[in-house]
Design a protein around this ligand. Structure first.
Ligand code: CMX
Length: 136
């Protein structure tokens, strides 16, 4: 598949308000907004890094995947996923499936900003939860 760039790195946090300080005030990254992604049960803050972004992910429900992940990590702020941008998400998913790669999402779903996303299982991606996304 043809990866265009790293779209963003998702970092799981217990509290965006507490953890954004380092990224915003020390690294000096611009905060471009926050958003609740109901489908994923997270609140997200976006920080721009050149053509890519850091996304801080805060769980908003007990059954959020990020809640489970943080609980497993003892509540520590940890990289949760890496997202790669592709031109054609369906084609990328078909190619991964063809190669026998375990997909979490066989069909794209809506991520932050209404962008179409799909996840590859970390067990099939060198232990890193991997997101493929397609810009509008
Ligand atoms: N990164 C790396 N490994 C992870 C992981 C992550 N983010 N989340 C879970 N794992 C590991 C677990 O530690 C576990 O490993 P071990 O078996 O070695 O202990 C393994 O994956 C499977 O864990 P599991 O308990 O069977 O599965 P979970 O119920 O924890 O689900 C996952 C894991 C990835 C399938 C689920 O979190 C998922 O579907 N994620 C995709 C959606 C998502 O994460 N949304 C939030 C972000 C939304 C956004 O960016 O907008």
């Amino acid at each position: 598949m043809e990866i265009k760039k790293i779209s963003h790195i998702g970092i799981a946090v217990e509290s965006i308000d507490d953890q954004i300080v380092f990224f915003r005030d020390v690294l000096g990254l611009a905060v471009t907004g926050t958003e609740v992604v109901e489908d994923q049960k997270v609140r997200v803050a976006f920080l721009t890094v050149g053509e890519s972004r850091v996304e801080l992910l805060e769980p908003i429900a007990d059954d959020s995947p990020v809640r489970k992940f943080l609980d497993k990590k003892g509540g520590r702020t940890t990289i949760h996923h890496v997202a790669y941008e592709v031109d054609d998400l369906e084609a990328a998913l078909a190619e991964a499936k063809e190669k026998g790669i375990r997909l979490i999402d066989e069909v794209p779903r809506a991520g932050a900003g209404g962008v179409r996303i799909a996840f590859i299982h970390p067990k099939a991606a060198s232990g890193i939860l991997t997101e493929l996304c397609e810009q509008h």
